[in-house]
Design a binder for this molecule. Structure first.
Ligand code: CA
Length: 551
């Protein structure tokens, strides 16, 4: 009897052991690694498989092996607010990183913390540029390589000549320690990331690699090996880059006025540059990112990790290349809010497919957590799009949430007003806050370039009014149940009339009217001090951090 009992115990023990071993194996195999490649300011169509002039073989390869989402959008088209939305899974009105000057990250939890709880090893490499200007390691990451603010393409960029001569270089923060930047930033971040994968990551556990490039943010500076890559190329600019008389009447006044400003095509970053010239640097700068992607995929393949790794290629916001006479981002137009999104995940996602579902930056954190099998925290506001990405739910059956857009006016670039917008189906309604101007309504189904503002078209009135209401309802923040900028629902255009024979619109102040390419063009970004104001009024240069060294 005893031996039978022992035998049964033995069977029970070994079965339990075998089951737990299988469970462990399933768990470790089921949890897919993620490589999240985040770009800064890459336009939605800035990829070779969408523009034949562009050379991005590795991005194209990723698309051929995965899914391209042409309707990927961001709920705020500005670096810090969008990065905060990606990291927290919350909208700008709720995470409250409302502009690039906001320095509080208090109370926010970044999604990689939840991945750590789910057994992931997490590494952050690159540009943080969100909230606090500190470059110190943040919660949620086992490995940290970053820098404060915008960082620099090359080790001595922006270092005053006197200090550069002494060998002073820009600094990275590596796990809390200051380490000098040695080379071209895209290559250096890639080396740090690959080094982490190779030496620090336990290959038996899943990992999440967050590779956040400085590229291709202005002023885009290519790696030496890519200089002149597009010398002979003429890039196609959007049709709306040629602004007609009709467009000028159709669009808000601020759009017309912005054309001759830092973010306008006519006074490109306060210079006389042309977009065609800028794009040669912009896309040559993308090439090092393409090299980086190639190196990472090669590493994954060589180490038998590729089949179990999702690779995501994304940008924190879009980039306008003259659309409506404007450049850069911030507003709610398509070139600003649309971003590139390509995802490959062998065996999980289909290959070489275009998925037209509308997916927002808000939906990334829920998607990553679903992939990791982790519970969605209560503060997340997005919806995982994994079911439609894998094809488990068909595109036609997928319910994309409304696309609600918010941008909050910031003093440093005051030419774009606070902007709220909502897209339902093909209709996009845009309103502005705190500026005396018109609203906009576009039917993207028939007018994808947003050339015809339908705000005064009677045949759309029945659709416009519910959109205004839906936008107001959607903008309520979670803590107060009211819009984050205190204001009441918009019920009409307001009282806007002027005497047609009366006083014309005021001109801009005389001291704003200057020649292009001034060396002091950045001074408006530095906080006022008595010394700065004195120098500014005397047309003298002022740099706050290195005043005595700058010559
Ligand atoms: Ca950006």
């Amino acid at each position: 009897m005893k031996s039978i009992a022992n035998f049964i115990l033995f069977i029970l023990f070994t079965t339990a052991f075998a089951n737990s071993a299988i469970a462990y194996q399933q768990e470790t195999q089921a949890k897919r690694n993620v490589v999240f490649v985040l770009l800064d300011d890459l336009r939605y169509d800035g990829m070779g498989f969408l523009q034949e002039e562009l050379q991005t073989p590795n991005i194209d390869e990723l698309a051929a092996n995965g899914v391209h989402f042409p309707n990927a959008v961001v709920t705020s088209s500005l670096c810090s607010p969008s990065r905060a939305t990606i990291l927290t899974g919350m909208t700008t009105r709720n995470h409250k990183i409302v502009d690039n000057n906001n320095s509080s990250e208090a109370g926010l939890t970044f999604f990689p913390s939840y991945l750590q709880d789910a057994g992931y090893q997490t590494g952050y490499f690159g540009k943080w540029h969100m909230g606090s200007h500190s470059d110190m390691p943040r919660d949620g990451f086992d490995k940290w390589v970053s820098f404060s603010g915008q960082g620099a393409y090359y080790p001595q960029d922006m270092i005053p000549p006197a200090l550069a001569k002494k060998g002073v270089v820009n600094q990275l923060n590596v796990d809390g320690n200051s380490v000098g930047q040695k080379g071209y930033i895209t290559d250096e971040l890639t080396d740090y990331a690959l080094n982490w994968l190779e030496h620090d990551v336990d290959k038996k556990k899943p990992f999440f690699l967050y590779l956040s490039h400085k590229a291709v943010h202005s002023d885009a500076t290519p790696a030496k090996r890519h200089e002149g890559q597009y010398k002979e190329v003429d890039f196609k600019l959007p049709d709306s880059a040629v602004v007609t008389e009709k467009d000028a009447k159709n669009k808000p006044m601020w759009v017309h006025n912005q054309r001759n400003s830092w973010h306008g095509a006519d006074f490109f970053y306060a210079s006389d540059r042309k977009m065609q010239t800028y794009l040669k640097s912009y896309y040559a700068t993308l090439s090092a990112v393409d090299d980086s992607l190639g190196e990472i995929v090669q590493f994954l393949k060589k180490n038998n990790l590729y089949e179990n790794t999702m690779v995501v290629f994304y940008s924190d916001n879009g980039f306008m290349i003259g659309d409506h006479g404007l450049i850069d981002k911030r507003n709610a137009y398509e070139g600003s809010v649309r971003v590139p999104l390509v995802i490959s995940a062998p065996g999980l996602l289909p290959k070489g497919v275009t998925n037209n579902s509308l997916v927002r930056n808000l939906d990334l954190a829920p998607t990553f957590l679903e992939l990791a099998g982790a519970k969605q925290p209560a503060q997340f506001e997005g919806k995982s799009f994994l079911p439609v990405a894998t094809g488990q739910v068909s595109e036609s059956n997928w319910q994309s949430p409304d696309f609600v857009y918010e941008y909050y006016w910031e003093w440093s670039f005051p030419m774009t007003p606070t902007t709220f917008a909502i897209r339902q189906g093909d209709l996009k309604y845009i309103q502005y806050h705190g500026v005396w101007d018109i609203e906009e309504l576009y039917d993207l189904g028939v007018d994808p370039q947003e050339r015809t503002n339908l705000i005064r078209d009677d045949s759309y009135t029945e659709k416009l009014l519910p959109l205004r209401t839906a936008l107001y309802q959607a903008l309520r923040s979670s803590d107060s149940n009211k819009p984050s900028v205190p204001f009441n629902a918009r019920l009409s255009e307001g009282v806007n009339l002027r005497n047609k024979n009366g006083l014309k619109a005021a001109p801009f102040p005389a001291w704003w009217l200057v020649e292009p390419n001034r060396r002091d063009k950045y001074m408006g970004l530095f906080p006022d001090t008595p010394l700065k104001l004195k120098k500014q009024r005397n047309n003298e240069m002022y740099f706050p951090f290195m005043e005595s060294n700058y010559q």
